[in-house]
Design a binder for this molecule. Structure first.
Ligand SMILES: O=P(O)(O)OC[C@H]1O[C@](O)(CO)[C@@H](O)[C@@H]1O
Length: 632
């Protein structure tokens, strides 16, 4: 059992405890094997098809020595031939994918043919409505959002279509002021305050940054955390425009603590301003969730459904992404068209005609199928700044898994030696934008540790037509940006650093929809190649549970301190005394951290000593709270 404070794993303690332990059944570490990079197709087929994969030995690559491919081919003629041979173009979208700077070999492609075929087949089943998320027993239906005819039944088709109609109508009524706030000086909604976290915020933030017009009908801002100062800042910036603010609360589960806290804080701000929240509140959540029922009972302005077969990180084409975008005047139908066109293309089983398959294979080659290298995402366009943050969740929450499908296929199977294949999979994503990042960390990429590959996002149109300007004879600002991208790509490749380049004509709704769909499919195909369930997130639950246990301990500490403070004279307590009275001696470090946090917020008083010498401090509350609530 491991405790929150990270103390070395100890035998389960007997007797009362604060339940602070994270339950972890585990086998001795020596029994775990990481999934070796398949040395042959049978290896891969076995991991994709058998019910229990025999343990595989660690290869040199997995034994901690990141695999570095042989030096890349730098012959310009062969490179140009490779570029032309492998260049992918989507004609209607004007989108290109260049994989020529990833050094996969013919032998690798041959070895991956069968696994790719299996991935395509699994993806077809997924789109037909199979339970593609076995750990949660759910279908995976985000592709149906942009082509409802694909949905497995008319009920779902109808839900998708009526929800889209409701989004379009509601946004139109808000923008036209047919729907307006009760006491707004402007006589209309002018602001959106989005409250949500993870997939309930990252997509909307990415799209707002990428596509919002300079003067949108409603300006959007986000509360995506439970940081009181951050919430205060957003509310302060709204000021009197709170009266003209449409608050959109987004939570698929309807119970995420950070989002719930944001809602409660904002509702308090509305009360303090004498405003009625329900007249300005909108909920986007699963039907009958806590949030949905709250919004229904309190009579909020509108409610939009989220579906259990759409994950948070693939929800940009649901109400989560489409409603905020529509309210900003963004053409959401164009976003859906772009995604649908990309979906059509990424159903191709011919690798060279399937950009998502190309990406998945490049990721596998570059990171040895085990995430041995990070993916640096470098859009050379300011408006795509948040693409990497969006992809961080889409890629890392999908692929960063401890067990593969074999290990989890029968969830009630005991964790035994031969059924548990610990894989610790993943693909790390980071990056911001070029050429800005060239003045931050490209130095390390060019000459430092070789633990990454790059994805460049190239946008050919520099600025809207009619705004061209040469800052020097026949050279524009955009030429510099173009030069920086290709100069960096060349400089990295000259030092054997591999890269992919995705090119779009311009950043518009159709291109953004296509990019979202491209990466959703690439993650899905790659997940099948590495035999991972891309659609659940068990690791996040552990953190959520632990956070709940910290709060439970804090309540116990406050009770103990209150009892001591109500004595006459008040009795300041040492950390040991607090831990003892909380019956959690092994949690003394967490108790110290909680005391430090409370003292910094004037909620506990350090009577003696100081936090730099934890053993010296004596704590009390400064006042006796006889309120019964303290005993609840
Ligand atoms: O939309 P919800 O249910 O509030 O969840 C927010 C986020 O938390 C997670 O469930 C866990 O990180 C994400 O998958 C999700 O996008």
């Amino acid at each position: 059992m491991a405790s929150i404070s990270g103390a070395a794993a100890a035998a389960p303690s007997s007797g009362a405890s604060c339940g602070l332990r994270l339950r972890r059944d585990h086998l001795p570490r020596s029994s775990y094997f990481r999934l070796a990079r398949p040395s042959s197709i049978t290896d891969v087929s076995r991991s994709c098809s058998s019910s229990s994969s025999p343990p595989r030995s660690l290869t040199s690559k997995q034994s901690g020595h990141a695999h570095v491919h042989a030096s890349v081919d730098k012959d310009p003629v062969r490179l140009w031939n490779r570029y032309v041979e492998w260049l992918y173009q989507h004609k209607q979208l004007g989108l290109f994918v260049d994989v020529s700077r990833i050094g996969f070999t013919e032998e690798f492609l041959r070895r991956m043919e069968a696994p790719m075929e299996r991935a395509f087949a699994a993806m077809r089943e997924l789109e037909k409505g199979a339970i593609a998320n076995p750990d949660e027993g759910r279908m995976v239906g985000h592709y149906w959002l942009r082509n409802p005819a694909l949905a497995p039944n008319s009920f779902l088709r109808d839900k998708i279509e009526t929800t889209l109609d409701h989004i379009l109508a509601f946004a139109s009524d808000v923008i036209s002021a047919k729907i307006r706030p009760p006491s707004s000086p402007a006589g209309r909604f002018t602001q959106i305050l989005s409250i949500g976290i993870g997939g309930s915020s990252l997509g909307p933030q990415f799209v707002a940054e990428a596509l919002a017009p300079d003067n949108p009908p409603l300006m959007i801002r986000f509360i995506d955390n439970t940081d009181p100062a951050g919430i205060d800042h957003q509310i302060a910036q709204l000021g009197p425009e709170l009266a003209s603010t449409l608050v959109i609360v987004i939570s698929k589960s309807g119970g995420t603590p950070e989002t719930r806290n944001g809602l409660l804080e904002v509702q308090k701000a509305f009360r303090d301003a004498g405003l009625e929240f329900s007249k300005q509140g909108v909920a986007i959540t699963q039907e009958n969730s806590l949030l949905d029922n709250t919004a229904r009972i309190e009579g909020w302005l509108a409610r939009f459904p989220m579906f259990d077969w759409v994950g948070g990180r693939t929800s940009e084409m649901s109400a989560v992404g489409l409603l905020p975008a529509a309210l900003q005047g963004i053409d959401i139908k164009e976003m859906l068209v772009g995604a649908a066109q990309m979906d059509e293309e990424t159903r191709n089983t011919e690798i060279k005609a399937n950009p998502a398959a190309l990406l998945a294979l490049c990721w596998y080659w570059a990171s040895d199928g085990i995430g041995s290298k990070d993916m640096v995402v470098l859009p050379y366009k300011d408006s795509l700044l948040l693409l990497s943050r969006y992809l961080q969740q889409l890629v890392m929450e999908s692929l960063g898994k401890e067990f593969d499908l074999d290990g989890n296929r029968v969830p009630n199977r005991p964790l035994t030696y031969d059924s548990l294949m610990q894989v610790n999979q993943g693909l790390t994503v980071y990056g911001n934008k070029g050429s800005t990042d060239q003045h931050a960390y490209i130095q390390q990429l060019r000459e430092g540790v070789h633990n990454f590959f790059v994805t460049f996002i190239e946008v050919l149109r520099d600025r809207p037509p009619g705004h061209e300007w040469e800052l020097e004879p026949s050279v524009t600002c955009g030429d510099y940006l173009f030069g920086m991208l290709h100069g960096t790509r060349s400089a990295l490749y000259a030092n054997d650093r591999e890269s992919i380049t995705v090119t779009v004509q311009e950043v518009n709704p159709r291109a953004v929809g296509a990019l979202v769909a491209l990466y959703e499919r690439a993650v899905g195909l790659y997940a099948y190649l590495i035999n991972i369930n891309a659609y659940h997130q068990p690791g996040v639950e552990a953190g959520k549970k632990a956070a709940g246990e910290v709060l439970a301990l804090q309540k116990r500490i406050l009770l103990v301190l209150n009892e001591a403070s109500c004595k006459d004279p008040a009795e300041p307590l040492t950390l040991d005394q607090i831990a003892d009275r909380c019956h959690c001696p092994e949690e003394i470090e967490m108790i110290y951290k909680i005391i430090q946090h409370m003292a910094a917020n004037d909620r506990a008083l350090i009577a003696e000593g100081n936090c730099g010498s934890p053993r010296s401090i004596k704590v009390y509350l400064g006042e006796c709270n006889v309120d019964d609530d303290m005993n609840s």
